[in-house]
Design a protein around this ligand. Structure first.
Ligand SMILES: Nc1ncnc2c1ncn2[C@@H]1O[C@H](COP(=O)(O)OP(=O)(O)O)[C@@H](O)[C@H]1O
Ligand SMILES: [Mg+2]
Length: 354
């Protein structure tokens, strides 16, 4: 998978600009706040249909304008695909593939593929389980539309169940109808769990290998899916929900399920979230992303585009060199403030026009 061209119109700092990319390594070089991350955000937006930076899409439209547009030309090895995202301050966004408007964002998934990494991704290791679930959800959805729709259905059922818990006057009212929601929730949860488990089982060996490679064999990573229910997820979750109805009613929300699961990450048998050094955490996050690259390739037959935001400043020279070797597999777009490594990549200078 590769991106040939990107045209931005009234998109963040860009009024009207076109970028052309080459097959291998592309370096976006510029000082701070010149618009480097904006370019990666736009590319990833064209791949997954939303921004990794904000949920408020109006923010993305160039200040003072009332619409903005991303137009990206990809090549999936068989043919070219043009994706347009049109953002309008009044209406919802529209997504067009080869000029034809999509009814649902989900329809965009799987047409192109990319893996995005930035120092911000450290939160994948350091912060709440929500960040790790988001990683799994975005990674799996990219090659599995069914999974994306299952997540949507789960969210709806969960919202209904929570509403019932929160708004009912007493627990007897809850008991009358909660069964319907319990059953749907468990049925969907089991399907989501199966996809996540399959993905993590595939991801873990790649992540462990990437981590070993980046740390020059000094560190051993372990990755596993964390949930209280595991095999027979649906049945086990049902038992929990029935047993804990009173607790859920008191709290006014559902205290277990797919929306509470997590990933366990250990380096040299120590939980990296609480005890890992900053450098280890960074390498773990990067290893997970590089592993995502491999899983994505197994599922689609080709490597996704690799988007690396500001990674060089965060890694020592040895890890930088090793990372660059890894990136030879696929088209890679890296942002940075200077060219730190000698390489044969295309250099695109990013300077903000005022
Ligand atoms: N909606 C917008 N309209 C105009 N400029 C914007 C908008 N959103 C962000 N910017 C500008 O984009 C710049 C930040 O771009 P960014 O890609 O994060 O820079 P960097 O090169 O450091 O990665 C800032 O100068 C900011 O003011
Ligand atoms: Mg940046």
């Amino acid at each position: 998978m590769k991106i040939n061209k990107l045209h931005l119109l009234n998109y963040r700092s860009y009024q009207d600009q076109t970028f052309e990319f080459e097959d291998g390594l592309n370096l976006l070089i510029g000082k701070n706040a010149q618009g480097k991350t904006n370019v990666l955000e736009a590319i990833f937006f064209a791949v997954i249909g939303r921004s990794f930076r904000t949920g408020k899409e109006k923010e993305i439209i160039r200040w003072g304008e009332n619409y903005g547009k991303i137009e990206a030309e990809f090549d999936n090895g068989y043919r070219k695909i043009t994706i347009q995202i049109v953002l309008n301050s009044q209406h919802k966004k529209s997504v067009l593939v080869d000029g034809i408007s999509l009814h649902k964002i989900g329809e965009l998934l799987g047409r192109t593929n990319a893996v995005f990494f930035s120092p911000n991704e450290l939160k994948l290791v350091k912060e709440s389980p929500e960040d790790r679930r988001k990683f799994l959800n975005v990674a799996i959805s990219q090659t599995n539309k069914r999974y994306f729709y299952l997540l949507g259905r789960y969210e709806k059922v969960l919202a209904n169940r929570n509403k019932l818990l929160k708004c009912s006057e007493n627990i007897d009212v809850v008991k009358e109808t909660i069964d319907i929601w319990n059953r749907s929730l468990c049925e969907i949860a089991e399907k989501i769990f199966e996809e996540r488990k399959k993905f993590v089982d595939e991801l873990a060996p790649y992540a462990e290998k990437a981590h070993e490679y980046l740390s020059n064999g000094e560190e051993k990573l372990k990755v596993e899916y964390k949930s209280d229910f595991n095999e027979n997820y649906g049945q086990n979750l049902m038992k929990y929900l029935q047993k804990n109805l009173e607790k859920d009613f008191k709290l006014g929300y559902t205290t277990a399920g797919i929306h509470r699961d997590d990933l366990n990450l250990y380096v040299n048998d120590v939980e990296v979230k609480n005890y890992g050094s900053q450098g280890q955490q960074r390498t773990v996050a990067l290893s997970l992303k590089l592993a995502e690259l491999e899983c994505n390739k197994n599922r689609t037959g080709q490597y996704p585009i690799l988007l690396l935001d500001d990674v060089f400043s965060e890694l020592d020279e040895e890890r930088r060199k090793r990372l660059l070797k890894f990136t030879q597999k696929t088209q890679t777009i890296i942002t940075g403030t200077e060219i730190t490594e000698k390489n044969n990549g295309k250099v695109i200078k990013i300077i903000k026009k005022s």
